[in-house]
Design a protein around this ligand. Sequence first.
Ligand SMILES: [Zn+2]
Length: 243
Amino acid sequence: MVVQHNGKIKARSKDFITTIEDIPIKVTYKNVKNLNLRVYPPNGEVSLSVPMSFSHERIHTFLIQKIGWIRQKRAEIQRQAQVPESTSQIPTEIELLGKRVILQQGNQAKLTDFNQGEGEAIRLTFPEQTSPDVIVNFLDKIALDTMKQKVPVLIAKWEKKIGVQVAEWRIRRMKSRWGSCNPKARRIWLNAELAKKPLECLEYVVVHEMLHLLEQRHNNTFYGLMDHFLPDWKQRKTLLGSR
Ligand SMILES: [Zn+2]
């Protein structure tokens, strides 16, 4: 933006995008003395800020001189971006909430849905060229679906044991907690991230939140109830924290 004499701010219209050897470069005019060329991760976008007085020709000449440096920077960024990918190898077998998922490569065109009987492993076949991102997203979806199946079973089990009734439960994205309980509404919320934890951990959180229907606060009564109903809750809590 340009500040005019009268103090008003006028939208700058001189900015433009130019392409040098197939690389698009965003050129922005600024009240600066020097040219400032940057290449940004993760995609290697190139941006150049230039003094207001510079002509297109002068900018073009500068960029031609710098194209080698730009290419080098972009290659560096690309190499860095590939590091996490190569370390996050696709596993051949994982466990989601006590369910075994076997991953295998196949030569069909797209990710297949899985056939799954009760207690059986989920067999997931993916095409050879599938990116790890796609597989991770797909696994997230399976994890959440599995959690949606498991939660009502756990709640029914613990309603009988504890002698309370849950009126409503939901799976939510939560930043700082594994679960929460509104005793008045008898409503329990569970963090969607639990889908990626062992089943014992999900059960620990469900029991913890359900016991808040008996005791709202984290006091001795509450922990007495935890010890009584789920004697190994501390191990489960540690497991939850460590994975
Ligand atoms: Zn609590």
